[in-house]
Design a protein around this ligand. Structure first.
Ligand code: GSH
Length: 215
């Protein structure tokens, strides 16, 4: 199997996670961010992740990929129900996490941005939606304060649940990539339970965090 991804992309992280959690072999291919031809040929639009299965079928939605691997390779690990409180938390937190992460991704040494044209492609596409990056970066202090307060709330939600080893929910599959996105931001105060969980998920899913390149 081949999984086409961008390293920065939280949707791609969702799909990478299931291979790690289930220890299923897959070739991970990082495409240049400006390669429109490959995804369009595979799924008819310029969007990743895309999985090409052993039967040569292309699947192009992160959660469809997750479910396909969970259902077709060994015993299911996605046996835990969604957590509505954490789902609601994510909906709000995303509004701060992306404006913090996106301008930082743009200057990071991710494989999809190795060529200058690919990096420029990302910057112009994202600035068209989120506004000029220098303006986003100016708001760092306010946004970091805001997300640190939200993490304290998430810590309380974590305290209210028992995490079962080796079993996961789609909420976990959505949450880890968001926290990984946030890990590229300097000054994040990780509450203890969240910090332990994201580190354990990084190990179990074989997807690195970005603490070491935080800006
Ligand atoms: N609903 C899709 C969303 C995937 C998505 O938004 N991927 C982004 C990368 S993070 C993408 O490929 N955008 C087009 C682009 O970057 O040009 C999924 O869950 O797979």
């Amino acid at each position: 199997m081949k999984l086409y991804v961008y390293d920065h992309c939280p949707f791609c992280v969702r799909s990478r996670m299931i291979f790690g959690l289930k220890d299923v072999e897959c070739e991970i291919i990082v495409l240049p961010n400006d390669d429109e031809e490959t995804p369009t040929r595979l799924i008819g639009k310029k969007m990743l992740p895309v999985l090409v299965t052993e039967s040569n079928e292309a699947i192009g939605e992160s959660l469809d990929i997750v479910k396909y691997i969970d259902e077709n390779y060994g015993a299911s690990v996605l046996t835990v129900a969604d957590d509505p409180a954490i789902e609601a938390w994510m909906e709000e937190a995303t509004k701060v996490i992306y404006p913090l992460a996106i301008p930082r991704w743009a200057s990071a040494d991710f494989e999809e941005f190795r060529q200058d044209a690919a990096r420029k492609y990302f910057v112009s596409k994202k600035e068209a939606v989120f506004g000029p990056f220098p303006r986003l970066l100016e708001q760092t202090e306010t946004m970091v304060t805001e997300i640190n307060a939200k993490l304290e709330i998430l810590e309380v939600l974590f305290s209210q649940q028992e995490k079962e080893t080796g079993h996961f929910s789609l909420t976990d599959i959505r949450l880890f990539p968001l926290l990984r996105s946030l890990s590229i931001v300097k000054g994040i105060k990780w509450p203890q339970k969240i910090d332990a969980w994201r580190r354990e998920m990084a190990l179990r899913s074989q997807v690195n965090l970005n603490d070491d390149i935080a800006i």
